[in-house]
Design a binder for this molecule. Structure first.
Ligand SMILES: Nc1ncnc2c1ncn2[C@@H]1O[C@H](COP(=O)(O)OP(=O)(O)OP(=O)(O)O)[C@@H](O)[C@H]1O
Length: 651
């Protein structure tokens, strides 16, 4: 077959462009990425050979080989992994299949539009750009590869100019060799960093790839004076060149070492390498268990939540090993979904190498390991909350949402999740703007207070301006701020804490039973009775926009507010549902009017002159729209509202 030229997919071009103009300042990571791909390819060959030994063609000596060539300005990374055929070269190298990389490009575009710093380490750190990182240091890349079990080998070449070529070639063994034609900044003594220097390459392998399971080898050439038969150097003899192949990585999986022999930095480096993290993890868990099920687990809470943690394309799960041999990536069946942010691995001799995902789900051993790990993580979180509040709040800001979603999802997964998590959740409080636990809230509640009050809005400032907050603030009652749409769902699922029910300040009767509140309640009922016609007519003017119109006992200086009925979803929940494109759930809206506001007397006057007048109808509508706006809900017809306000202002 003649040499074919292919165009890169548009997104690949974009990524290549970024690599060439190097947004990464950390160029050296290209080696880690290519070694990691080589190691994955060997994993695949190893795994497939378990069922078809002939694939290995007698070559069972798995290894990755680095060959620097200072004269030619080249570096080759070769593996005897699974290799690729023509279609796979096109599919895997020419296009970007990974949603993560696509998302990376989108975020990058957004950052550019917003003029953000493109070298932002945190942002870039969330994405492994894999093979393409080769173009940060090379202006021309050649891949020679032969798929295990196939005869034909292929050569792929690109100078990152928008296209690549593929042609047939010869290769006597399976695997892939990637040759980088290095840019001049990256080779030679004068270079910024010399990737043809054996010692530099050795340093980088130790730094990033020390735990790669397969030997990473390289030839070192020495000049040596010949020795006589007693081992003494022969004086005056011409030096001879000697080549020694050295293995650069230690390969010993960190988790098999004794905990006491492992330094914190080693754990950190391991996680960064194994899980493509850029920052040290927040916490590391290293557990060994013997007994009914034997296992070693090395887990970590990464420093930051990935950008897509709550999106469907995020794949949670731990790596599974059996006797240090890799079985699978992203095993979801170990930890509950609310711990989806955990990264790590489990190595157990009780797991079978050839187990299918389906059988694994039913594995008793796996379930037992999962339960033990969950317990251990929850215990650590509880201890941190008690002893290291600063750490816990940092954790909470990154992953709190995951626990709250876990509580809400316990409707499906079983109510014991609520018991496990309810003491680990935090909310901001009106008391001092700090985060509090439910226990802390309840413990400092005055005895007369029977409920846990909360308010929902998108931010603290909006809540603090809610008319409903006025009374509670005046009475010094603490209110929890629920700022995330999931919060109210979680709270409603917990239902009550230490027998104290939760109560939204935007819902039904506040249930305050101090003397003053009782007094206000009585007075409000009387005003309501005296103005029953007015209330009825406002309701009639608003039609089915509201369920009811009432005189308010909760407002001090504001004219109106919108609350939801005791039963059914709240206004915030309704908004969350409609954002989820699920507008079925509607809150029963009740418009409350402050009888002590001057607007109330004006309303009465207009009502008396004629309940069917346009003016009365306009007033009712404007009142309702105001209440909506206070809740952060846009009116259905903003133009109509603006016109009515303008008309009134012109009077
Ligand atoms: N040495 C190799 N041997 C066989 N296949 C390879 C090799 N290097 C890359 N590939 C193939 O090319 C694909 C794309 O590689 P790339 O590094 O861009 O992404 P990835 O490895 O899938 O993801 P990540 O780098 O985030 O782990 C790989 O998934 C693999 O199928």
């Amino acid at each position: 077959m003649a040499k074919e030229t292919h165009e890169f997919q548009a997104e690949t071009k974009q990524l290549l462009d970024l690599m060439i103009h190097s947004i990464y300042t950390n160029h050296e990571i290209f080696l880690r990425e290519l070694i990691s791909n080589a190691s994955d390819a060997i994993d695949k060959a190893h795994f497939e050979s378990l069922t078809d030994r002939s694939l290995l063609e007698g070559d069972e000596d798995f290894q990755i080989f680095l060959t620097p060539d200072a004269e030619q300005h080249m570096l080759t990374i070769a593996d005897n992994g699974i290799g690729m055929n023509r279609e796979e070269l096109i599919e895997n190298i020419g296009t970007i299949a990974k949603s993560g990389t696509k998302a990376f490009l989108e975020q990058l575009k957004k950052a550019k539009e917003e003029n953000k710093d493109l070298t932002d380490k945190e942002m870039i750190g969330q994405f492994g750009v894999g093979f393409y990182s080769a173009f940060m240091v090379a202006d021309h890349v050649t891949i020679v590869t032969r798929k295990a079990g196939e005869k034909q080998a292929w050569k792929w070449e690109s100078a990152a100019d928008g296209s690549y070529t593929i042609e047939e070639c010869e290769l006597d063994k399976r695997g892939t060799a990637i040759t980088l034609h290095l840019k001049k900044e990256f080779c030679g003594k004068e270079a910024e960093q010399d990737f043809t220097d054996n010692y530099e390459l050795e340093r980088l392998v130790k730094k990033y790839s020390d735990y790669v399971r397969y030997p990473i080898k390289m030839d070192f050439t020495f000049e040596e004076t010949p020795k006589d038969k007693d081992g003494k150097e022969i004086e005056g003899a011409d030096k001879i060149k000697k080549v020694e192949t050295r293995t650069l990585n230690s390969m010993q999986p960190l988790w098999t070492k004794n905990k006491s022999d492992i330094k914190k930095e080693e754990y950190n480096e391991f996680f960064k390498h194994q899980f493509y993290e850029w920052e040290d993890p927040m916490e590391v868990f290293h557990t060994k268990a013997e007994g009914t099920v034997e296992y070693t687990a090395l887990l970590a809470i990464p420093a930051h939540a990935p950008f897509n943690l709550y999106q469907t394309d995020y794949e949670p799960g731990l790596q599974l090993y059996s006797r240090h041999v890799f079985i699978m990536d992203k095993c979801k069946d170990l930890l509950p979904d609310y711990l989806r942010f955990m990264k790590g691995l489990v190595d157990s001799p009780d797991l079978s190498l050839n187990i299918s995902r389906e059988l694994l789900q039913q594995s008793r051993e796996l379930k037992a390991i999962g339960r033990a790990l969950e317990k251990n993580i929850l215990k650590t979180l509880a201890r941190k909350l008690k002893n290291d509040r600063e750490w816990y709040e940092k954790f909470w800001n990154e992953y709190g949402k995951s626990l709250k979603i876990g509580i809400y999802n316990s409707i499906y997964s079983g109510s014991d999740t609520v018991d496990k998590l309810k003491d680990l959740i935090l909310f901001m409080s009106s008391k001092d703007g700090k985060l509090v636990t439910l226990k802390e809230y309840v413990d400092r509640m005055p005895e007369s207070q029977k409920k846990i009050y909360y308010a929902t809005a998108k931010d603290k400032e909006t809540i603090e301006q809610l008319p409903q907050m006025e009374t509670l603030r005046d009475k010094g009652i603490e209110v929890l701020y629920l700022l995330d749409p999931v919060d109210e769902f979680a709270i409603e699922t917990i239902h009550q804490y230490e027998e104290k029910p939760f109560h939204s300040i935007s819902r039904g009767d506040l249930g305050l039973d101090d003397a003053e509140s009782q007094e206000v309640k009585k007075e409000t009922e009387e005003i309501q009775k005296d103005n029953s016609d007015l209330m009825k007519d406002i309701k009639a003017a608003l039609g089915d926009k509201v369920e009811d119109v009432k005189v308010s006992a909760r407002l001090k200086s504001s004219a109106v507010c919108l609350v939801a009925d005791e039963a059914g979803p709240s206004l915030a929940m309704e908004q969350a549902f409609s954002q989820m494109k699920n507008p079925m759930f509607k809150a029963k809206r009740i418009l409350e009017i402050n009888p002590h506001h001057e607007l109330f007397s004006r309303l009465k006057e207009i009502h008396e002159t004629g309940k069917d007048s346009q003016e009365f109808k306009d007033y009712c509508d404007m009142l309702y729209t105001q209440a909506l706006l206070i809740e952060g809900i846009l009116p259905e017809n903003p133009v109509d509202f603006a016109n009515k306000v303008a008309k009134l202002m012109a009077k």
